[in-house]
Design a protein around this ligand. Structure first.
Ligand SMILES: NC(=O)NC(NC(N)=O)C(=O)[O-]
Length: 344
């Protein structure tokens, strides 16, 4: 599940993929999927292709593919996002679809805090985020979005038919404030936590360690390269909302021969936005950690924080990182304002 970083891609691709299966998204419905199943659209890994792989219905593709259309109209698929969010850009990846990609696509969205059925979605009111636009085959097609509202579902339309390997919907999580009460994971992507800096994401990105649930394998965590120079690897995360950390989880499961020897977690209140002058305070002083073990620690400091820095020594990977605590009252009020202000 490697989270490769493409330096030439637009900046919005560094934001959370709200449509990823890793975040809990699903492909609710599609009008056709004869050649290849719609669920492939949201696989977190890069699309693959096997020249020799044919099934009963034709060439096997790692994507969503409809039949050749013989009637007027167009094909579509609907994705329920893993969490609601403001969408900053969309990637329609037609990897491996060369003679069967859709020449045009469009993206619409809707916002609902209900669990809408496929039937309800079919008759719902959709807003256009990307008007009908050209797409090319075997490529990542990037579309910037400037709308400021939050959305819960997107509809990808393809004209007239064809195949799309992946749909990535990048943006900022807008957490439902009703679920920010009590003890929550302040760094969880589903609560708005996000990676802002890292020393090295050679094999896979630290953005994965804040995804929901347990890691499925080593590829579902953060793995840097073997460090051959001085220093140590690190990742800096913004918490979804300012809060007080009470206990932490440093989970090295699946990292058997490549777990860090030691880890340290420090926190800062960067409410002024100046990360470069942040003053970091240890919430977990540097300590030895075990391989392949979910380790829980009490926070050594009670302080309000907006950002957290995870240092690993000298290098090494983690599968999950959790920071349990309470969102501060003013941050929860701000989240409620954001939920209301951005709703459509
Ligand atoms: N070689 C193909 O990909 N052909 C067809 N698609 C599949 N999946 O077989 C088609 O017509 O698009």
């Amino acid at each position: 599940m490697s989270h490769y970083v493409d330096e030439s891609a637009p900046a919005f691709t560094l934001l959370t993929d709200l449509a990823s299966r890793q975040l809990g998204a699903s492909v609710v419905s599609a009008n056709d999927e004869l050649f290849a199943q719609r669920e492939n659209l949201i696989n977190p890994w890069a699309p693959s292709f096997d020249q020799a792989d044919f099934g009963h219905k034709g060439k096997v593709y790692d994507g969503w593919e409809t039949r050749r259309r013989r009637q007027p109209g167009n094909d579509w698929a609907i994705v329920r996002l893993g969490t609601p969010g403001v969408i900053r850009g969309v990637v329609v990846d037609t990897a491996w679809f060369r003679g069967n990609y859709p020449p045009f696509i469009s993206i619409e969205a809707l916002a609902s805090d209900a669990y809408l059925s496929a039937e309800e979605l079919a008759t719902a009111k959709w807003s256009t985020l990307v008007a009908k636009s050209t797409s090319v085959g075997d490529s990542k097609n990037y579309f910037q979005v400037s709308d400021q509202r939050w959305w819960s579902h997107v509809r990808l339309s393809i004209y007239p038919d064809g195949g799309v390997a992946r749909l990535r919907v990048h943006g900022e999580v807008v957490a439902d404030p009703r679920f920010l009460s009590g003890t929550v994971d302040l760094i969880a992507a589903e609560n708005g936590g996000r990676l802002v800096r890292t020393s090295d994401a050679f094999y896979s990105s630290p953005a994965q360690v804040i995804m929901p649930g347990r890691a499925q394998n080593m590829g579902d965590g953060w793995e840097n390269a073997r460090r051959r120079e001085d220093g140590n690897d690190f990742a800096v995360f913004a918490l979804g909302h300012r809060g007080t950390i009470r206990h932490l989880e440093v989970d090295t499961q699946y990292f058997v021969g490549n777990a860090p020897g030691w880890a340290r977690v420090s926190a800062a209140d960067v409410s002024d936005g100046d990360l470069d002058s942040a003053v970091w305070t240890d919430v977990l002083a540097k300590r030895a950690v075990l391989p392949d073990t979910r380790q829980r620690f009490l926070a050594e400091q009670s302080m309000e924080a907006t950002h957290v820095r995870l240092d690993v020594y000298p290098d090494g990977g983690l599968s999950r990182f959790r920071l349990w605590g309470e969102v501060s009252d003013d941050a929860r009020a701000a989240a409620a304002d954001c939920w209301r202000a951005h709703s459509s």
